[in-house]
Design a protein around this ligand. Structure first.
Ligand code: HEC
Length: 120
């Protein structure tokens, strides 16, 4: 009984995570980001996971990314600039920023460890 309960909650958790990720991908697709970005591979722009690894754990990172998305970005990742994505409204840009950061849970953990100094 107990084992079964654990299994079910494990499955639900997994489904929840998969669902959040699907929703993020769908949003990125709808916002026409995937022409230049992929989750795991560099295309015209950096992969979303690389972006997450660079910024996850920074204070205000989601807001920063939302601004980058709407205002565009240049010179941070390479020679090709990202044009301003003005068709994305600010609330959606923030959701996209949060989703991108969620792709790097390990980076967030590493950052928390360094803040508390638990490892040293
Ligand atoms: C025309 C191609 C193109 C499209 C469309 C595009 N991007 Fe980009 N994106 C880039 C490039 C190229 C860079 C790297 C710019 C640089 O070096 O600063 C980038 C960088 C970024 C960054 C990192 C910015 C930073 O401050 O480090 C984020 C976040 C991002 N894109 C999200 C998105 C999202 C979300 C969308 C969809 C709404 C999108 N991009 C659409 C090409 C694109």
């Amino acid at each position: 009984m107990k084992v079964r309960g654990l299994l079910v909650s494990g499955l639900l958790m997994w489904a929840g995570i998969a669902h959040a990720n699907d929703a993020g991908v769908a949003l990125a697709q709808r916002s026409v980001c995937l022409a230049c970005h992929q989750v795991d591979t560099k295309r015209v722009g950096p992969s979303f996971r690389d972006i997450a690894l660079r910024y996850a754990g920074n204070e205000g990172a989601a807001e920063y990314l939302a601004r980058s998305i709407r205002d565009g970005s240049r010179g941070l990742w390479g020679a090709i600039p990202m044009p301003a994505q003005r068709h994305v409204d600010p609330a959606t840009a923030l959701l996209l920023g949060e989703w991108i950061l969620s792709l790097a849970p390990d980076a967030q953990k590493a950052d928390q460890t360094s803040v508390t100094g638990a490892d040293s």
